[in-house]
Design a binder for this molecule. Structure first.
Ligand SMILES: [Zn+2]
Length: 152
């Protein structure tokens, strides 16, 4: 089968403005991309996406943001998705997530027929929540701060 080079999009998170977006992959080991705010958006762990998935990604970012989860909650939901996918329980996982993100109900009819597409959407949401769980700005230090200790 011939190999077609298609455009790939990488999930990124900008610590300056907190936006989560897809950036066109330009190099093999790309770590960052310019953000619309003028800052730098860093590539977050997760799969790369195709052009036809960009609209869904942007929509899921809005859905995830609307829920205003705290980072710890976002991480818990990521784990829930991970566990659900490991058990191949897409419908059950999707139903539980719909309780927390009611807008997901709008997307369900498009995914219900295909476990693979549902898994892909769940993976996408997991990637977004993972990125949203990254604190803004405060993590711009390259090393963890040493706890301040008072002299006794
Ligand atoms: Zn930005």
């Amino acid at each position: 089968m011939p190999y077609f080079h298609s455009v790939q999009f990488l999930p990124t998170h900008c610590r300056a403005c907190g936006s989560v977006a897809l950036a066109i992959r330009s190099t093999q080991n790309q770590a960052a991309a310019p953000c619309g705010c003028g800052g730098t958006a860093f590539v977050v762990p997760g799969p790369s996406f195709a052009e036809h998935e960009v609209a869904l990604f942007d929509w899921l970012v809005k859905v995830a943001r609307y829920a205003q989860l705290r980072p710890a909650e976002a991480q818990r939901v990521c784990l829930e998705i991970e566990t659900g996918l490991a058990r191949a329980d897409q419908p059950g996982t999707y139903a539980r997530l719909t309780e927390r993100f009611p807008s997901l109900a709008e997307l369900r009819p498009q995914l219900a027929e295909s476990p693979a597409r549902m898994a892909r959407a769940l993976r996408m949401l997991e990637t977004i929540l993972n990125a949203l769980a990254i604190p803004a700005k405060s993590l711009s230090l390259s090393t963890a701060p040493v706890p301040h200790r008072r002299e006794a």
